[in-house]
Design a protein. Structure first.
Length: 208
């Protein structure tokens, strides 16, 4: 079977993923903590995706994420954070550090597989030599961008800064329910489920 990609799992409880992902065509390496994960990354620089748990011994996910993103040679590798806490503000902070997506535990395997496929697809849009900035957008991506109104793009800018719905409504002089309506339209157009995913995709597409 042709490999769909090589994944580095950094998680102190990775047995389920380590057993399941090879069945779907992925190669996997596993590290029990961030320190060992970084060692594996340095030794094997050809990973396509990193699955990074937040809560781990020795070096947690946030420290590991920062350390990896400080190294320019690894900036092209998508990192999906695995977290047991669904806190939007922390997730947005993580996006600023360099996370590419989030999955909240407990998760179902089809959801994880779909997110893996999505980040792998987005990573192929990157232009070599200008990691995380220059993007090669396919026709469907251009359509996504064009579908957003100026107001929706402005709201996405506020979301990326961690501004709440109420604060956005005050800045734009509209009711909060209007902001919620705009958000629902944004989610539908970008085919995402929440604001963190919307911010993530907007960054990948160069909208914000």
């Amino acid at each position: 079977m042709t490999s769909l990609g090589k994944i580095l799992i950094i998680d102190d409880n990775a047995k389920l993923l380590a057993d399941a992902l090879p069945m779907y065509g992925y190669e996997v390496d596993v590290a029990q903590n961030g320190k060992d994960g970084v060692k594996l990354l340095v030794a094997n620089k050809n990973y396509d995706v990193i699955l990074l748990d937040v809560l781990m011994p020795v070096m947690d996910g946030w420290e590991t994420l920062k350390l990896i993103r400080q190294q320019e040679q690894y900036n092209h590798i998508p990192i999906i954070m695995l977290t047991s806490v669904d806190e939007t503000q922390k997730q947005i902070s993580g996006l600023k550090i360099g996370a590419d997506d989030y999955i909240v535990k407990p998760f179902i395997l089809p959801n994880l597989l779909a997110r893996l496929e999505a980040v792998l697809r987005r990573s192929k849009w990157q232009v070599a030599g200008s990691a995380r900035r220059g993007k090669q957008l396919d026709e469907s991506s251009v359509k996504l961008i064009d579908s957003l109104t100026l107001k929706e793009r402005e709201i996405l800018q506020y979301l990326a800064k961690g501004v709440s719905n109420q604060e956005i409504s005050e800045k734009l002089f509209v009711k909060e329910v209007t902001i919620k309506s705009h958000l629902n339209n944004i989610y539908k157009k970008l085919n995402v489920e929440n604001r963190v995913q919307a911010i993530l995709l907007a960054q990948q597409l160069g909208v914000i």
